[in-house]
Design a protein around this ligand. Structure first.
Ligand SMILES: O=C(O)CCC(=O)C(=O)O
Length: 282
């Protein structure tokens, strides 16, 4: 087993420097900021402008953001599918991966807080007993959240090893007790990885983690969420039916097309099972 995979399995996160060079990172920053400006003007999922407390936007890979800029779309999609990223994820998971979602983290306008410690499983409507069963199961080791910094950042924190075990009584009270009012407390043993533009961290979001959302701290980080064919998870996060529109993969190189085709094939039935009654932009 590689050192990286060994570290990942034991600690639940890894950090890799200089994955993308300066030119590529700067162009991605320009492209993603252009998408962000459109989101702030009108978020397509909510059909209204992004809010002053928003700190992330989903679905950078929505092609409608690129109506007049197809080359930017292709540049971004080829970067996100680049083996420089996916090879690392496949090495640590030991499996072929598929995309699950894209997110852009940015500096909020109003919000000025350290975020809540959480395990992503708690957002899937499971009670603590069910969460515990999941955390202690093999499926809990199947996902990876990749953070590609486009500006220098140390906004994310992770509690090493917490992906392999359930919360202590104190952690559980901190995370979920009293309507989560204690969930922003500092957690002993947590690590905060410093990233320069082009650096990558990957975390197992089953473990305890959180972000900082301070309105005076620059943050521009692309998050790419991956999963495996065994654990695709159909939810709002993987809901991207506009990927089925004809021409979605146009202009991309063959490798990139094949990468997203696996994602599209995986989720087509789920996407088709959703009606268009609320509409979605392509
Ligand atoms: O880095 C962050 O802001 C935290 C990300 C996070 O908590 C999540 O995606 O679940």
């Amino acid at each position: 087993m590689s050192e990286l995979r060994d570290f990942w399995e034991r600690e639940g996160y890894i950090a890799v420097s200089d994955v993308f060079d300066k030119a590529r990172t700067e162009n991605l920053l320009r492209i993603c900021d252009d998408v962000l400006a459109q989101f702030l003007d009108c978020c397509p999922e909510r059909k209204k402008p992004g809010g002053v407390d928003d700190r992330n936007m989903r679905n950078l890979h929505r092609r409608s953001y690129f109506k007049d800029k197809p080359d930017d779309f292709v540049f971004m999609m080829e970067a996100f599918a680049d083996p420089a990223l996916s090879d690392i994820v496949e090495e640590i998971l030991g499996k072929k991966i598929i995309l699950r979602g894209t997110t852009y983290w940015f500096t909020p306008t109003n919000m000025n807080i350290a975020g809540n410690w959480h395990r992503d499983i708690q957002f899937l409507g499971k009670d603590p007993e069910e969460q515990k069963v999941y955390v202690e199961s093999q499926e809990a080791q199947s996902g990876a959240q990749l953070m590609l910094a486009l500006t220098p950042t140390d906004c994310s924190q992770y509690l090493p090893g917490s992906h392999l075990r359930w919360d202590t009584d104190e952690e559980l009270h901190m995370r979920l007790g009293d309507d989560c009012i204690h969930a922003t407390q500092d957690l002993e043993g947590a690590v905060r990885v410093k990233q320069e533009p082009g650096d990558v961290t990957i975390l197992n979001a089953t473990g305890l983690h959180r972000g900082d959302y301070f309105n005076d701290v620059l943050r521009r980080t692309v998050m790419i969420t991956y999963t495996t064919e065994e654990e695709p998870i159909d939810d709002y996060f993987s809901l991207a039916p506009w990927c089925l529109e004809p021409g979605y993969l146009d202009g991309m190189n063959d490798y990139t097309k094949a990468f997203y085709q696996r994602y599209i094939d995986q989720y087509t039935d789920f996407w088709n099972s959703k009606t268009r009654k609320n509409g979605w932009d392509t």
